[in-house]
Ligand binder design. Structure first.
Ligand code: PLP
Length: 454
């Protein structure tokens, strides 16, 4: 990097999340300067299809003027206020009402935070508070899943079921347990059908609950479709069977809709796509297309009532964030949700998403592809060194990183989680743009095959 360039200063001063700091010293940053629809451009003038919508988050694309205007209007009117101690402001009232009315199952209240991690963390605290308020202090254990991703705070990283979020930090904390992941392609037994696999996973969950004592289990957290775990679409019957077990032992269901929410799976919420009936829904990312940091929880009456009931009171629910439900973020979220509705971006996720699934599906026969999976406008290609044994090429993740680099060199930003290469473009993408994207992916796979197979 040139002395004193942005690149050199980034290397010198900036510690990046989820980045190998030593490697970053050599490779330096990719500096993104501007956005336009589904594209972003770096400071060398290279234009990329942003096939991850940033971090699974920009529904309306990277140049939506209405969100800029909504932010500017709110900045001019009231740039900051909070919602502690009964204070409120109009964007937040409007947003709370909108969310509760959008909910696919009856919800009572919305609570606002700044990130997906904070929202999950807050959900855990609400659940613990509720158990205490109900006079069930032993009911504190929370079950999430291997490969699940729920964030990086100490509590939400504990829920996250990925090794590099856990072992290096001495996590999980007490009271967080993990059950099996619904990764059918990787974890089904030979000859096991999807329904059978789902039954086995529901049995695993029930065994865990019985071993721990059902009266000690408060809640189960799950993403409708796992995102960062590798875009794991639940197999047939999965959520029905899991929910039957939860209902049997009166365990709350928390749907982490941080990626799935607001259209991604072809319905407004992932819970609709998979017939989930959550007690708490956690939302972020596409709520504001991430133009502003904001996240929210919706809770149903079952969760709210013990928090409010005077006879149960164990002290005020002592929780909240200075910038939770920030007025500018709330105004941007409202306008973003209006755009999603007016332009039927949920329908687009279904229609153009269907086209994307079909076109990516054509790559399943490629030598380096073990599986193509997805739903709506979210998909992954699982790369393998050997299709028959599903073994990786060399070290696990090496092929994913190679193809991911090739894609970037050819104008596509994707994301590899190990050997799972994810695609989660803005919901405004067109069929023609999907075709361009898939053509680049195919060429990158062919180029990788030459390097790998010689
Ligand atoms: N939950 C899910 C399903 C996520 O995918 C993420 C982030 O990718 C989070 C929670 C954490 O969100 P944040 O990074 O805003 O803390």
């Amino acid at each position: 990097a040139q002395p004193n360039s942005l690149e050199a200063r980034d290397i010198h001063y900036h510690l990046h999340p989820y980045t190998d700091a030593r490697k970053h010293q050599e490779t330096g940053p990719v500096i993104i300067e501007k956005g336009d629809g589904i594209y972003v451009e770096d400071n060398a003038g290279n234009r990329y299809i942003e096939a991850m919508a940033g971090l699974w988050s920009v529904a309306v694309g990277f140049s939506e003027q209405r969100l800029v205007d909504a932010a500017a209007r709110q900045f001019a009117k009231l740039p900051y206020y909070h919602s502690f101690s009964s204070k409120s402001h109009s964007p937040l009232v409007d947003l709370a009402e909108k969310l509760v009315k959008m909910a696919p199952v009856p919800m009572s209240k919305a609570f606002f935070t700044n990130s997906g991690s904070e929202a999950n963390d807050s959900a855990m605290k609400m659940i613990w508070y509720r158990s205490n308020a109900l006079g069930q202090p032993q009911r504190k254990k929370i079950i999430s899943r291997q490969r699940g991703y729920h964030g990086v705070t100490i509590a939400s990283a504990s829920l996250t079921g990925l090794p590099n979020n856990q072992t290096s930090f001495d996590l999980p904390i007490a009271n967080v347990l993990h059950t099996s992941s619904p990764h059918y392609w990787r974890e089904a037994l030979p000859g096991e059908g999807e329904e059978q696999f789902s039954t086995r996973l529901a049995d695993d969950l029930e065994q865990l609950i019985l071993a721990e004592g059902p009266e000690t289990i408060a809640a189960f957290f799950g993403e409708p479709v796992m995102g960062a775990g590798g875009v794991i679409v639940p197999p047939a019957g999965y959520w029905e069977k899991i929910q039957a077990v939860l209902a049997k032992y009166d365990i709350l269901l928390v749907a982490d809709e941080v990626i799935c929410g607001f259209g991604r799976t072809g319905n407004m919420f992932g819970s609709q796509t998979f017939n989930m009936r959550p007690d708490i829904m956690v939302m972020s990312k596409q709520i504001s297309s991430s133009y502003q940091p904001i996240s929210a929880l919706m809770i149903n009456e079952r969760v709210f009532e013990p928090l409010a009931d005077e006879s149960n009171r164990i002290g005020t629910f002592g929780h909240g964030f200075t910038c939770g439900g920030h007025p500018v973020a709330a105004a941007v979220a409202l306008e973003n949700l209006n755009i999603i509705e007016e332009r039927d971006l949920v329908g687009n996720a279904r229609r153009v998403g269907g086209h994307m699934q079909e076109r990516l599906g054509e790559l399943a026969s490629h030598d380096l592809v073990g599986e193509v999976r997805g739903v709506g406008m979210i998909a992954a290609i699982e790369l393998v060194g050997d299709k028959a044994t599903k073994a990786p090429w060399g070290k696990a993740g090496a092929l994913g990183a190679l193809v991911n680099d090739l894609l970037r060199q050819n104008g596509v930003i994707s994301r590899n989680m190990g050997d799972a290469l994810a695609f989660c473009p803005p919901l405004i993408i067109t069929e023609a743009q999907v075709d361009t994207l898939v053509d680049v992916v195919k060429r990158a796979l062919d180029a990788a095959a030459v390097q790998v197979k010689g």
